[in-house]
Design a protein around this ligand. Structure first.
Ligand SMILES: [Zn+2]
Length: 315
């Protein structure tokens, strides 16, 4: 029988009450420490290199093995996570999108998180969005407000219908130029006008990522601009992947076996074919399940969210 592998996915990890945005949907640092205690008690933390070797049948992973992964390149990972992993002598794998580090731009997905963390009453934001859709309805040939709400407010595992609607409408639901315009307007209005300064605080710098790497952590690709890879044309997909690899290579962290962590978990057959051509060793999705390196396609490994671990766990 082959051993199962738990891959856990983290995003923001910070001492929330002392931060500027205590309402951010983040994992509090105290809970993270507790989770690490639990993990080290019940699991064997493995490295990315071991997982790659296991998918090739070169190595058998230990019983109850677990891989820690951290998406989006937040400074949280350098400031709070790295010292804990070093002290515990375990490895984490980190996936910074190139553009936020290189260009100091705040990703739209992060802007949306901080807009939500800055406005306590999410129905106010829904009303703002409805007004903006109204304003642009003819120009973009948009559907009715009710149709959008019906299409985008349901089925979330963690969020209320209002919050689900805000996130999905702004991440995917409207034409790209309009989404960007709306996100930027809300971000400037409710969060800050200084995007560059905000990005410098939010994301790691290139040197901080190099430090992570020299401390034995694994670094992989999370795309260049954090786009849904399964929505891109062949040329755009190619340049998105190449730009992210060039970014890793400039950091000095591109190894022969590189790993793709799909932004938003988005991939399809065309993406997989492209990654195979470029000798990608592993692909990490957001499908919720335990991974089995002997059975799963190495480019489609499922992950659990931190919220799926105990005390909430069914795994
Ligand atoms: Zn991401």
């Amino acid at each position: 029988m082959s051993a199962s592998l738990t891959i856990v996915m983290y995003h923001y990890v910070r001492p929330l009450q002392e931060s500027h945005f205590p309402d951010l949907k983040a994992l509090d640092l105290t809970r993270f420490c507790g989770q690490l205690d639990f993990i080290q008690h019940h699991y064997q933390v493995v490295t990315m290199e071991q997982v790659i070797a296991a998918t090739r049948g070169e190595l058998m992973l230990p019983e109850r093995s677990l891989l820690l992964t951290f998406d989006d390149g937040y400074r949280d990972h350098y400031e709070y996570v790295l010292p804990l992993l070093i002290a515990r002598e375990i490895q984490g794998s980190f996936f910074p999108p190139a553009c936020s580090v290189r260009d100091r731009r705040v990703l739209d997905v992060n802007k949306i998180h901080f807009i939500l963390a800055s406005v306590k009453d999410s129905s106010l934001l829904v009303a703002e969005l409805f007004a903006m859709i109204e304003e642009h309805r003819t120009e973009y040939n948009l559907r009715s407000n009710e149709e959008y709400f019906l299409a985008y407010s349901g089925g979330s595992r963690y969020d209320t219908p209002d919050v689900t609607f805000i996130k999905r409408l702004l991440q995917k639901g409207l034409p790209m130029p309009l989404r960007e315009k709306m996100v930027n307007r809300l971000f400037r209005c409710f969060v800050t006008e200084d995007e560059r300064g905000f990005a410098e605080n939010l994301y790691m710098s290139a040197n901080e990522i190099r430090e992570l790497y020299s401390a034995g952590m694994a670094i992989g690709s999370h795309g260049d601009r954090h786009l849904w890879l399964n929505t891109l044309s062949d040329d755009d997909l190619e340049s998105e992947i190449d730009a992210s690899l060039e970014f890793l290579s400039k950091l000095g962290v591109l190894t022969r076996d590189w790993v793709m962590c799909y932004p938003y978990g988005g991939y399809n057959d065309a993406v997989l074919a492209k990654l195979r051509k470029k000798d990608c060793a592993l692909g990490l999705t957001v499908e919720v399940a335990l991974a089995d390196p002997a059975i799963h396609d190495p480019l489609c490994l499922p992950r659990l969210d931190t919220n799926d671990l105990p005390p909430n766990s069914k795994y």
